[in-house]
Design a protein around this ligand. Structure first.
Ligand SMILES: *[C@@H]1O[C@H](CO)[C@@H](O)[C@H](O)[C@H]1NC(C)=O
Ligand SMILES: *[C@@H]1O[C@H](CO)[C@@H](O)[C@H](O)[C@H]1NC(C)=O
Length: 382
């Protein structure tokens, strides 16, 4: 029984790469400090952008997380089941869903590891990620250059092979490459495009750990239309959720928002307790993080204009209003979903958008969603 479940877990976590040279053969992966057989590697989907110092070169903002490979989720499952049960939530028949969602919550980050990421058509090694400092706790965020090889490609796959002899594995991510012009869409996730019930802890635990994710009705269609009307904008999902939920959110966007895929910027938090992770989704200080991510996007794409979409449960109105004040017309338009139970008072929106022209933001209800597609944001409407 033990052995069977061991192999099942491996089959889920590992993709075989027969055909590619193994790390042992090409010399990578055999030195101390590189990601190896006892590690897990997550590469986040990344934005690609033109190098301001050398147009024609493509840069990517590459984030990776290296952790100790976990084969047995039994202990962390037990801890989580007990913790949420104390809050009145029973796992019931959602054990498989739960185990898929919590993999990273119990993950032990490994500092000081590096990995080589390759991109088809680009000379190897295209990009080195990771850190040799012992204090990064496994999370690395670096800007790396791909050189001239990728400048005209809109979407490409970044791959890292690791694991070594007898046990080669790969981790992959998509790079969303976009020019420094045109439009982008900055979007929140929880309660903007996905029903998370951030304002209700029990419902939030269920939607985050136990249930199939549900989109906010009409939003996948709206985003599909924005992908056309804004001429293939760069969609970037900026969420206050901890990165431990990234695989779940990424799958949701890939499947439910397949016409508007893009990188997800999630918070870097060292959370090992699932209930803390959930509480973080509802109470965390998302404001500072989100403002910093919008500033980061402005550095990558100084000449892009952005449509910013969020909701009234947390601090999106305050973040988008403050971002307009810092970046002016680059934040071309903000749309805020009015969520029942949140602070939807006129005073709140007036304070959040003080100094922002009234034709640069809009508070919408669910009934308004279909008509948002008719607003010609590309022509300056909002
Ligand atoms: C992530 O958080 C850890 C712990 O606070 C820190 O050591 C690390 O530098 C952070 N990494 C990034 C990329 O922000
Ligand atoms: C709503 O937000 C405004 C502005 O921040 C604040 O003054 C007011 O007290 C808030 N109301 C509630 C019910 O929280």
């Amino acid at each position: 029984m033990q052995i069977t479940s061991f192999f099942v877990a491996l089959a889920l976590a590992v993709s075989s790469v027969s055909g590619l040279p193994t790390a042992a053969v090409n010399g990578r992966g055999i030195f101390d400090g590189t990601v190896g057989a006892t590690d897990d590697l997550l590469i986040f989907d990344s934005p690609g952008f033109p190098d301001p110092a050398n147009p024609g070169n493509t840069l990517i903002s590459l984030q990776t997380f290296v952790s100790l490979r976990q084969v047995d989720l039994g202990l962390v499952t037990k801890a989580i089941t007990e913790a949420i049960s104390a809050l009145g939530v029973e796992v019931g028949d959602s054990l498989n869903i739960l185990q898929g969602r919590i993999k990273l919550i119990g993950a032990i980050g490994l500092p000081g590891k590096s990995t080589t990421v390759t991109v088809p058509g680009c000379t190897e090694p295209a990009a080195k990620s990771g850190s040799t400092s012992g204090s990064d706790l496994g999370m690395s965020l670096k800007t790396v250059s791909l050189g001239q090889c990728a400048s005209n490609v809109k979407e490409f796959t970044a791959t890292s092979s690791f694991g070594g002899f007898l046990n080669d594995r790969t981790s992959q991510a998509t790079v969303f490459n976009s020019p420094n012009s045109g439009f982008g869409v900055i979007s929140d996730i929880d309660d903007t495009i996905k029903i998370s019930n951030v304002l209700d802890t029990v419902a939030l635990i269920k939607s985050t750990l136990l249930e199939a994710p549900k989109p906010v009705a009409g939003m996948p269609e709206l985003y599909g239309k924005l992908a056309q009307s804004l001429n293939q904008p760069q969609f970037v999902y900026v969420t206050g959720s901890p990165f431990q939920l990234y695989p779940f959110l990424n799958d949701f966007i890939d499947t439910t928002y397949s016409a508007s895929k893009g990188p997800i910027f999630a918070q870097n938090l060292t959370i090992v307790d699932p209930v803390e992770a959930i509480k973080f989704v509802s109470n965390g200080n998302t404001e500072g993080f989100k403002n910093a991510q919008i500033d980061r996007l402005r550095v990558m794409y100084l000449n892009k204009k952005w449509l910013a979409i969020g909701d009234s449960t947390q601090k999106d109105p305050e973040v988008y209003g403050a971002s307009f004040k810092r970046h002016g017309d680059a934040i071309a338009c903000s749309w805020i979903r009015r969520v029942e139970g949140a602070n939807n008072t006129d005073e709140r929106f007036a304070a959040a958008f003080a100094g922002v022209p009234a034709n640069k933001f809009r508070i919408y209800t669910d009934a308004d969603i279909p008509s948002l597609a008719n607003i010609n944001v590309a022509a300056g409407e909002c």
